[in-house]
Design a protein around this ligand. Structure first.
Ligand SMILES: *Cc1c(COP(=O)(O)O)cnc(C)c1O
Length: 376
């Protein structure tokens, strides 16, 4: 154990995954036809408090499909956080709409909902809510604004399946909500994603778009250009096995978070992942840490130090307004979002995968502590 490298993520696949996968192979149902797709879609949607689930090949295309299905167009504006993953912005840009960025809250790292209203113009059509790391966005405020200005909500819940905002599942708030099943998410299918909605028309539109917009009357006659974004029965088989254990996985994530809280709370110069707000307890998708100004190195240097002593770590997201690709496109010129900029430079996350043992987490915490012991 003493020299063992502790990776930032290890997925946990020791339930019915193998059994269900074997069923796919034994029956020959390996494509996106096959019984696990519907079982996974229905089971997942129910768990998220939604009427319809549409399984797709990953979380990024879930967002792409959702934006097309909502009918967003050239020139429409969509408000979103600058501190997030790039596929949120690219989905907006690909339909010709304009992302309008909002800075983060310094305590829970989600978009600062108090900044949303000042960004609204006559062109604003939607708010893309992204629940970041562990604590959900304060949805009451977002819902209020959306209602007041008649805006759609796209909810990116890729990091928080199984989380609740007050009494209501995260992912149940959007006109359309998107999830990812990448191996570091709360449940995984290897690669995979889901769109969830209560609106039948939107659901059918997404089903059609994910499947090349084939028609039921005459399969190879098309009225719209769709995509092949289908999930396979094999992936859904793994997803169903994971879904059966989702509550247990959420508990385990919270336990990992608590172990870090207990072992790191007295380390000077760092801000820990917030454990609760008045509307939610953290689900600790990843265990994030922000280096305060008094620490004389930034997150990328901390990550190098950690790698050297056997702890896997990753930097936080890089802001959308600082992305070279968007600068080349002349987007977000001269914008500044200081809280997010600081998170991007000073934030990192440490091993938080479901397959880690408590012992590994404790070792990771103690090694982490050692890089802050008086060397500066
Ligand atoms: C992981 C993630 C995605 C993308 O999901 P992929 O399945 O990797 O394409 C989208 N949004 C957020 C917030 C994520 O964390």
């Amino acid at each position: 154990m003493n020299n063992e490298f502790i990776p930032v993520n290890i997925p946990l696949l020791d339930g019915n995954e193998k059994k269900y996968l074997n069923e796919c192979i034994d029956t020959g149902w390996i494509s996106s036809e096959g019984p696990f797709i519907k079982r996974f879609e229905d089971g997942f949607a129910a768990k998220m408090g939604r009427k319809h689930g549409i399984a797709v090949s990953n979380g990024s295309v879930a967002l792409d499909t959702a934006l097309i299905a909502l009918g967003l167009q050239e020139g429409d504006e969509v408000i979103m956080p600058t501190f997030t993953i790039i596929c949120c912005a690219s989905a907006i840009i690909r339909v010709g709409a304009i992302p309008v960025l909002v800075d983060s809250d310094a305590i829970h790292w989600n978009m600062d909902v108090d900044l949303i209203e000042s960004k609204i113009t006559p062109k604003t059509k939607a708010i893309m809510v992204v629940h970041i790391y562990g604590i959900p966005v304060d949805m009451d405020k977002v819902l209020q604004i959306a209602q007041k200005y008649n805006l759609k909500i796209i909810e990116d819940a890729a990091e928080q399946h199984g989380q609740y905002y007050k009494e209501r599942p995260v992912g149940s708030f959007g006109d359309i909500s998107c999830f990812s099943f990448y191996p570091n998410k709360h449940i995984t299918t290897g690669e995979g994603g889901m769109i969830a909605t209560d609106n039948l028309e939107l659901a059918e539109r997404c089903r059609s778009l994910r499947n090349l917009s084939f028609q039921s009357e005459r399969r190879f006659v098309h009225y719209e250009l769709g995509y092949n974004y289908r999930l396979t029965n094999m992936q859904a088989a793994i997803g169903l096995a994971q879904l059966e254990r989702m509550d247990e996985f959420v508990q385990k994530k919270r336990r990992i978070g608590e172990i870090y809280n207990d072992l790191l709370y007295n380390v000077k110069g760092i801000q820990l992942n917030l454990n609760e707000t008045d509307y939610a307890n953290s689900i600790y998708w990843v265990y994030g840490i922000v280096l305060k100004d008094e620490i004389p190195f930034d997150a990328s240097e901390a990550i190098k130090k950690l790698e050297k002593i056997g702890v896997g770590a990753r930097p936080f997201f890089w802001c959308m307004h600082e992305q070279p690709v968007f600068q080349k496109m002349n987007l977000f010129n001269d914008e500044s979002h200081p809280v997010s900029e600081n998170l991007a430079r000073r934030g990192l996350y440490i091993p938080s995968g479901l397959g880690l043992t408590d012992e590994q987490v404790i070792v990771a915490a103690n090694r982490f502590k050692s890089i802050f012991n008086g060397s500066f």
